[in-house]
Design a protein around this ligand. Structure first.
Ligand code: EPZ
Length: 420
């Protein structure tokens, strides 16, 4: 397994281009199951999770060809309707095939996802929603067995806002008979990107960008080409790198309003930001002010930025509290960041961070995707050398992060292979 060796304390300067959004791509790819034909998905990031999703869809008969940032998809020969455990255990988003397979082929056999580094992540909302649309669902030996002659529209009021369940049910409802009304639906930009693709494919969906979506089922859909939105989490991560490591960096190909909760908190922390329509320039302040955050559904502060924010707060002038209301135990990164000299105390689903004057490099281990990003940020700031182990977690969601950071002046090298 690869590791990164980081020599901290370098000032970052320069410009970096942000890649397409992982969490949009992972919904847009299975949406191609809804209509046979050829699709072009523009600005598709080259990530481990995208490879995992394409391998899963290939087992169903979908073929892919990558042409630079465009992923060409061909769904003429879909002939299998199963998502085996081998794929699902690697990536929870594999469950996104359930909705489209049920809607288009009337059947699906999808493994239940395992847990992840920070505990169980249920799929009950996905299953309940499919049942409300008329699917027959059986859970047998770790698999969801789903059947439906023709899904029927229904009113589904989610008791909690779920990105995945919203996307999955949306992809089922677009071919159901009649009207479906989703209440308390997720309105993350990645879901809006999926809605745009479905509408381009001929779906009838009202309420885009709100928490109430009305879907009028149609008889069939047709292929469409779609542009993946920029990755707001990669963008926020890079802004924090700039805020921590001094100098001025500019991130390009972003949609600032997709992560205004993050930029607003950065400005509260004393970080200077300069905005254009598609770029943001960040200049590190003399010192970072402590700023409490509590994660929330969009447009609140994203849970996927929680770990990175903790890294920033480790060097703030004062004490701050970071609370995660989405995933109460998403704090596996805290003990690892503490190894770098941070002063963090856990209280239930909140981290209390007392800022320290400096961090010092040592060996740390990645536990999950965003935890790895937080460790890289802290390592960039820490004095001396840090080894971040098991960076395959990072490769899931950050396209060539070491190349991007090196181009800004960071000293970060990937050491391949050894068992750590
Ligand atoms: C998506 O996961 C993202 N992944 C996650 O990003 C992100 O952290 C999460 O949304 C929240 O924003 C993708 O889009 C591929 P949820 P998802 O359903 O859809 C509970 C990353 O780092 N819940 O919105 O799985 C759940 O336990 C990843 O890129 C149920 O109880 O998240 C959580 O507490 C990590 N039952 C809350 O809802 C369900 O059936 C929100 O989860 C589904 C979810």
């Amino acid at each position: 397994m690869d590791k990164f060796v980081v020599k901290g304390g370098k000032k970052l300067n320069g410009t970096v281009s942000i890649s397409g959004a992982k969490n949009a791509t992972l919904a847009l790819m299975p949406a191609t199951l809804l209509a046979s034909g050829k699709y072009e998905l523009y600005n598709t990031p080259e990530l481990r999770d995208v490879v995992t999703m394409s391998k899963l869809l290939q087992t169903m008969g979908v073929t892919f060809e990558r042409k630079g940032k465009t992923l060409e998809v061909n769904t003429f020969r879909v002939n299998k309707f199963e998502a085996p455990y081998e794929h699902v255990k690697k990536m929870r988003a594999s469950i996104y095939v359930l909705g489209p397979l049920l809607a288009r082929y009337g059947q699906a056999k999808v493994s239940l996802p395992g847990g992840c580094a920070w505990g169980p992540r249920p799929v009950d909302l996905h299953i309940e929603g499919m049942k409300k649309l008329g699917a027959k669902i059986e859970l047998v030996r770790g698999y969801i067995h789903a059947k439906a002659k023709r899904l029927k529209g229904a009113r589904i009021a989610f008791n909690i806002s779920s990105v995945g369940a919203t996307g999955n049910i949306l992809m089922a409802a677009v071919l159901a008979k009649g009207m479906t009304r989703l209440e308390n639906a997720a309105m993350e930009p990645e879901i809006t990107n999926l809605v745009e693709m479905l509408i381009a494919m001929g779906a009838k969906i009202e309420g885009i960008g709100t928490t109430t979506l009305e879907i009028e089922g149609v008889e069939e859909l047709h292929p469409a080409n779609v542009e993946t939105i920029p990755d707001r989490i990669e963008a926020g991560t890079m802004l924090i790198a700039g805020a921590m490591c001094g100098g001025t960096i500019r991130i390009e190909n972003v949609i600032p309003e997709h992560f205004s909760s993050v930029t607003a908190r950065l400005e509260d922390a004393g970080v200077k930001l300069a905005f254009s329509k598609t770029s943001i320039e960040v200049t590190a302040p003399k010192s970072i002010k402590p700023v409490d955050i509590t994660t929330a559904v969009y447009p609140g502060f994203p849970t996927d930025m929680q770990a990175q924010w903790i890294s920033l707060m480790t060097i703030a002038k004062g004490t701050s509290t970071v609370t995660d209301t989405i995933y109460h135990d998403r704090f596996a990164h805290v003990p690892e960041i503490a190894r770098l000299g941070a002063n963090i105390e856990m209280k239930d689903n909140a981290a209390i961070i007392r800022g320290v004057k400096k961090l010092s490099g040592t060996k740390v281990m990645s536990t999950d995707l965003r935890a790895s990003a937080a460790l890289i940020l802290a390592a960039l700031k820490a004095e001396g050398e840090t080894e971040v182990l098991r960076v395959y977690h990072l490769d899931r969601g950050y396209e060539t992060i070491e190349k991007k950071l090196s181009s800004l002046g960071a000293s970060i090298t990937r050491v391949a292979g050894e068992e750590f």
